[in-house]
Every structure is written in structure tokens, then in C-alpha cells.
Ligand binder design. Structure first.
Ligand code: GLP
Length: 249
């Protein structure tokens, strides 16, 4: 694992964007895995800027989002479809047919999970997956207790997660109780992973996930086993980690 500590949020976003830009320059047909949340917003701005400046193109890129709420229409302003459209896809030259999400509206959500995993496989797997981290160590919507062998599936959201994400809904009670998420095994199959974390609130979990025991109670801890993981932390999110000085920086 490579850990980079950035001096602030802008620097974290720029470093992450540089890695994605490098990937896209090396392989025009990159298959990207993408997260939602406030953490990647700066990265998305940088990517949009690079695309506008014709430094990179997404014309041959395929994207697979990590997760989507169950039961929300794609067009719902709080769906992850809308989020991605408004924060990234509207500003880059990606083709609509190359954008994929797990289907949170499927009649059979079990089948929808398996279908998403086979679709990723059909596209030869994820070249690069970007991840954020939840306060309780979730990645995607793999909440504490998720099986390390889990595939894309329907999950129930923890109260802490619902509280943290309620800001994206007009009324807190509008927030779905379930979501469909790439599983931890699906995530671990990505050839490269970049994990981003910003803000002091994430610091304790970042330290636990990266230096503590690999345990289902901190799902992100499984990333310690990934062969090509780059962690980019805003310095506030690295506070606790720096205090223990792990040897593998
Ligand atoms: C959501 C998403 C995760 C994301 C997390 C952190 O729960 N499903 O993929 O990493 O939020 O969000 P934020 O970046 O806003 O802290």
C-alpha cells in the first residue's frame, strides 16, 4: 500500500486527478469504478477541467458506479445517477452507453446484483476503482459486518450512514433504507484502487482501517490485502495515522 498525505483538500483532489489522468493517457479504454459522496467532488472538478482542456478524453472510457439507492428513480434528484450526472458526467465527453450503475429499481434486486458483476466481468474487470470511506469504515455501501466474499447485492443501511447521507435528501425520512452496492469481493478484484479520505471526522477510521486488524467490523480494512492500493489523505484525515507512524508509508 502506498499512502500519500496531501496538505489540503485541493492537493488531495489534484493528486488523485493526476493518477486518473495518467491512467487514461496510458489506456484510452480504461474501465473506471467511481464513488459518490463529498470526498471525490474536487477530483471530479479536476477531471472535468482536464477533459475541457482536451488533456484527456472519456470517449472510450467505461464507468461503473459503486452503488445506488434501492427504489429511487434514476431521475430523482437524490439518486446517485443524478449525483454523477450533475457532478461529473455533464462536464465530460463520456458516452451515455458507457455509464453503468447497479439497478436499484430492478424488480429482482438479487438478480440485479449478479447481473452487475457479470457486466463488470464482460468488460474485463475494473482497471481503476476510486473509493471514499464512510465514518463507520464502509466502502461503497458495504456496512460493518459485510462478508469479505460479498458480491454486488442489496444491503440495509446503518443508522449512522443514513444520518450522514440525510443531507442529500429534502427530508431525512425520504432516504431509502436499502441500497445496492458492489460487494467487497467485487471491489477487491479491481486491478488498482485509490482510496480517498478528507476531514478530521474520518481520521480515527482511516487509522483503524489501514493499520488495525482486518475485520468485518471495519470493511475498509480488507483493502490492506489489495496488491495495488494508493491511499490519498487530506492531512486532517491522516492525523491519527501519523501519530502511530506505520512503517509502510
Ligand atoms: C456514501 C457512499 C460511499 C462514500 C461515503 C462517504 O455512503 N456510498 O461510497 O464513500 O458515502 O461519503 P463522503 O465522501 O460524503 O464522506
Amino acid at each position: 500500500m502506498k499512502i500519500i498525505i496531501a496538505k489540503n483538500y485541493q492537493a488531495m483532489s489534484k493528486l488523485a486527478a493526476d493518477l486518473v489522468i495518467r491512467e487514461l493517457k496510458e489506456k484510452r479504454q480504461t474501465t473506471l469504478g467511481l464513488p459518490t459522496g463529498s470526498t471525490p467532488l474536487g477530483l471530479y472538478k479536476n477531471l472535468a477541467k482536464a477533459c475541457l482542456g482536451e488533456k484527456i478524453s472519456f470517449k472510450e472510457v467505461k464507468t461503473f458506479n459503486l452503488d445506488e439507492y434501492a427504489g429511487l428513480a434514476k431521475t430523482d434528484g437524490s439518486s446517485y445517477h443524478s449525483f454523477m450526472q450533475n457532478k461529473l458526467f455533464n462536464f465530460i465527453d463520456i458516452k451515455a452507453k458507457n455509464i453503468f450503475f447497479p439497478d436499484g429499481q430492478a424488480k429482482n434486486l438479487r438478480q440485479a446484483g449478479a447481473k452487475y458483476d457479470s457486466l463488470i466481468k464482460k468488460h474485463h474487470g475494473l482497471d481503476l476503482l476510486i473509493l471514499g470511506i464512510g465514518l463507520n469504515g464502509h466502502i461503497g455501501f458495504n456496512e460493518p459486518g459485510s462478508d469479505f466474499n460479498s458480491k454486488t447485492r442489496i444491503v440495509s443501511l446503518k443508522e449512522q450512514t443514513r444520518r450522514a447521507n440525510a443531507k442529500y435528501f429534502a427530508k431525512a425520512e425520504d432516504m431509502p433504507r436499502q441500497a445496492i452496492t458492489m460487494g467487497l469481493a467485487t471491489i477487491m478484484k479491481a486491478r488498482k484502487i485509490i482510496l480517498l479520505a478528507a476531514g478530521a471526522k474520518k481520521s480515527a477510521m482511516v487509522k483503524q482501517a489501514l493499520t488495525g486488524k482486518i475485520t468485518k467490523s471495519a470493511p475498509a480494512s480488507i483493502l490492506q490485502n489489495h496488491k495495488n492500493l494508493t491511499v490519498i489523505l487530506e492531512n486532517k484525515a491522516a492525523k491519527d495515522l501519523m501519530a502511530v507512524k506505520p512503517h509502510n508509508y
